[in-house]
Design a binder for this molecule. Structure first.
Ligand code: GLU
Length: 448
């Protein structure tokens, strides 16, 4: 079955899962030169096998709110592919979570994790639970109830969850506590744990910092650097604020962050003091708009950051936040580099538009792989029961991001996707990630 036929098959079967179909098509479109060069992939139906998750667990989560009322949510864990190592990927708690969203995220995670060069497979999970407006005790009860179900399916060598949107250090700690309570094991079964009880230094910063390390490599390839560059960041969560922090430390001027209510624009840039204020504000779920009263700048209600002039965009909020109109705005406003801090923040049309206009484009599975890479380092630290220093982890992260950049560049060149000096990072990254997994599947025969 050709790649095209495999796509038609999943469209017929899962047509309603739009995010998943979008992610599968993106890979399908770009790996063709590689697939054609490896007839064994088609012979063993590698693509057809890869777009079907190994298994999906789907469970009910009962918990009690502060009034003692019973609440019911849905929970999932998608174990997508473990050819390279234990299923690995975060848990997302957000009302938009569906099986389609988790399948797209799990599918992306397979190739992202392969790109890190570390022994981890791909998975994802989560719940339609909305943490917004919940008290700490409600979040705690939900996390305990969620892990009471999830613990049946995971273990340090089988499937290792972590955080994602709506799941940070607090939630990971609650879930880990329930896992320990039920199994009496202290293991690396979940990553993003607190430093001091198994967590790795730098895990919190890793996704945002890693995206900026990737960007540094992209700039270097064009004989440029971050000094004085105007950067637009969307989102105001963990990835956004750490990307802003690192870009600023390396000389850039980060002028926007945003949330579902609008965009905060400060043309003088977010220095460390302002970034610390933003982190504290978000931690307490308080409005970004209050920034203006303290530091000035502008609050652009109900606006995205893309109408502002800049050199670099780092969309780090959520999937499909940048549509074709936004992509046009980016190009009109001088953006030369787009680095995805979030997973699939650009729609397919937006990607087409910016690539057509030769904007350098780093897809999430390459640019935001730093988070899961440091998660894998946390797993290895847990296995040998030792900690690495901040600097050791930072050095490893820099090296991993450079390797991802260089291998994507090389594949783009090798398969003729680099034209007139324009490096097609999307095609390159998809081919490198896909090849690593596909070669393992070929080696295994038809198991896996
Ligand atoms: N949720 C993050 C991602 O999208 C991190 C996953 C992990 O650390 O396992 O890659």
């Amino acid at each position: 079955m050709s790649i095209q036929q495999a796509i038609e098959k999943i469209e017929a079967q899962y047509g309603h899962q739009s995010e998943f179909i979008q992610a599968a098509k993106e890979i399908a479109l770009t790996i063709k030169p590689l697939y054609d060069a490896h007839p064994e992939y088609e012979a063993l139906k590698v693509f057809e096998r890869l777009i079907e998750p190994d298994r999906i667990f789907n469970f009910r989560v009962n918990w009690e709110n502060d009034k003692g009322e019973v609440q019911v949510n849905r929970g999932w864990r998608v174990q997508f592919n473990n050819a390279l190592g234990p299923y690995k990927g975060g848990l997302r708690f957000h009302p938009t979570v569906t099986e389609s969203v988790l399948k797209f995220l799990g599918f992306e995670q397979i190739f992202k994790n392969a790109l890190t060069g570390l022994p981890i497979g791909g998975g994802k999970g989560g719940s339609d639970f909305d943490p917004k407006g919940k008290t700490d005790s409600e979040v705690r009860r939900f996390c305990y109830a969620f892990m009471r179900e999830l613990h049946h399916y995971i273990s340090k060598d089988i499937d290792v969850p972590a955080g994602d949107i709506g799941v940070g250090g607090r939630e990971v700690s609650y879930m880990y506590a329930m896992y320990k309570n039920l199994t009496r094991e202290s293991t690396g079964v979940i990553t993003g744990k607190g430093v001091g009880f198994g967590g790795s230094l730098m895990r919190t910063e890793a996704t945002g910092y890693g995206a900026v390390y990737f960007l540094e490599n992209m700039l270097k390839a064009q004989n440029e650097d971050l000094e004085g560059k105007i950067v637009l960041v969307s989102g105001a969560g963990n990835v956004s604020l750490h990307a802003a922090e690192k870009a600023t430390a390396l000389g850039a001027v980060v002028v926007t962050v945003s949330d579902s209510q609008g965009t905060l624009y400060d043309k003088s840039g977010f220095n460390q003091e302002k970034t610390d204020w933003l982190k504290a504000q978000k931690q307490q779920s308080k409005p970004l708009a209050e920034y203006v009263d303290i530091y000035g700048g502008e609050w652009l209600a109900n606006k995205k950051p893309w109408s502002i002039k800049g050199d670099i965009a780092i969309p780090s909020a959520t999937q499909n936040e940048v549509n074709e109109d936004d992509a046009k705005l980016m190009v009109d406003n001088g953006i030369k580099y787009v680095v995805e801090g979030a997973n699939m923040p650009l729609t397919a049309d937006a990607i087409d538009y910016i690539r057509l206009h030769h904007v350098y484009y780093a897809p999430g599975k390459a640019a935001n792989a730093g988070g899961v890479a440091v998660s894998a380092l946390e797993m290895s630290q847990n296995s040998v029961r030792q900690y690495q220093t901040f600097d050791e982890v930072d050095e490893r992260l820099k090296c991993i991001m450079k390797n991802i950049h260089d291998s994507a560049t090389e594949a783009s060149e090798q398969y003729g996707q680099t034209k007139n000096g324009y490096i097609d990072y999307m095609a390159g990254a998809n081919m490198v990630g896909f090849k690593r997994v596909a070669d393992a599947l070929v080696a295994y025969g038809i198991l896996n």
